[in-house]
Write a protein that binds this ligand. Structure first.
Ligand code: GLP
Length: 243
């Protein structure tokens, strides 16, 4: 695991954006694995700027998002579909047909999961997978449990995740109780993984990853088994205190 300790959130965003940009510059038809949450917002804004300045071109790039609430309408401003359009897709020249996000409106959620797993499989492999980190150590929506599911699946959100994510909704009651998420196996198939971590509330989960032991109760610790992971974190997350 490569670890980059940054001064602050801005540097985390810039470092991650530059890693994504390098992949795009090397292969204009690369496959990006994308994440939502507050952590990657700064990175998306830098990538949008880089596109505007003509540094990178998304016309042949494909994207595969990690997860989506279920059920949720795409036009709900808390859906991950909406988030991606708002923070990135509306600002770059990615083609609509190259955007892949689990469908939170699907009638048959299990069928949607099977189809999504196939779509990722058929991509030939995600070149760079961006991940955020849940306070409880989740990646995507793979929540702490005695057993983890390898493929894309429907999952129940834990009470702690519903609470953590309620900050984006009007009330806790409005947070969907389920989600569709790539499984840990789907994530681990990516050729490279960048885990972005910012803020002291992530310190405990980050320490569990960095101590090298693996537990399904902190799903992100499984990243220790992947051959090409870069953790980009800020000092608050790394040291666990205000700076
Ligand atoms: C959410 C998402 C994750 C995200 C994580 C951290 O619930 N499903 O993909 O990485 O929680 O979110 P944040 O970056 O807002 O802390």
């Amino acid at each position: 695991m490569n670890i980059i300790i940054c001064e602050n959130y801005e540097e985390v965003s810039a470092r991650a954006a530059s890693m994504v940009a390098d992949v795009i510059k090397k292969d204009s038809a690369c496959k990006l694995g994308l994440a939502t949450g507050s952590t990657p917002i700064g990175m998306y804004s830098i990538l949008s700027e880089m596109y505007k300045n003509g540094e990178i071109d998304f016309s042949s790039v494909s994207s595969y998002n990690l997860d989506e609430y279920y059920p949720i309408k795409k036009d709900n401003d808390q859906s991950y579909d909406y988030f991606m359009r708002e923070n990135l897709f509306s600002k770059i020249n990615i083609k609509e047909e190259n955007i892949h996000i689990p469908n939170g409106e699907a009638k048959d959620a299990n069928k949607e999961c099977e189809d999504y797993e196939c779509t990722v499989e058929k991509s030939g492999g995600i070149d760079i997978q961006i991940l955020g980190l849940g306070v409880n150590g989740h990646i995507g929506f793979n929540e702490p449990a005695n057993e983890l599911i390898s493929k894309t699946h429907v999952t129940d959100l834990t009470v702690s995740t519903i609470k953590a994510n309620s900050r984006f909704f009007e009330s806790e009651d409005e947070v969907p109780k389920k989600a569709i998420t790539m499984g840990v196996g789907t994530i681990m198939k990516a050729k490279s993984i960048v885990l972005m971590v910012s803020g002291k509330n992530k310190h405990e989960a980050l320490s569990a990853i960095l101590n090298g032991n693996i537990s399904t109760n902190v799903p992100a610790t499984l990243l220790n088994l992947h051959p090409n992971v870069t953790v980009i974190c800020d000092k608050e997350a790394y040291y666990g205190n205000d700076l």
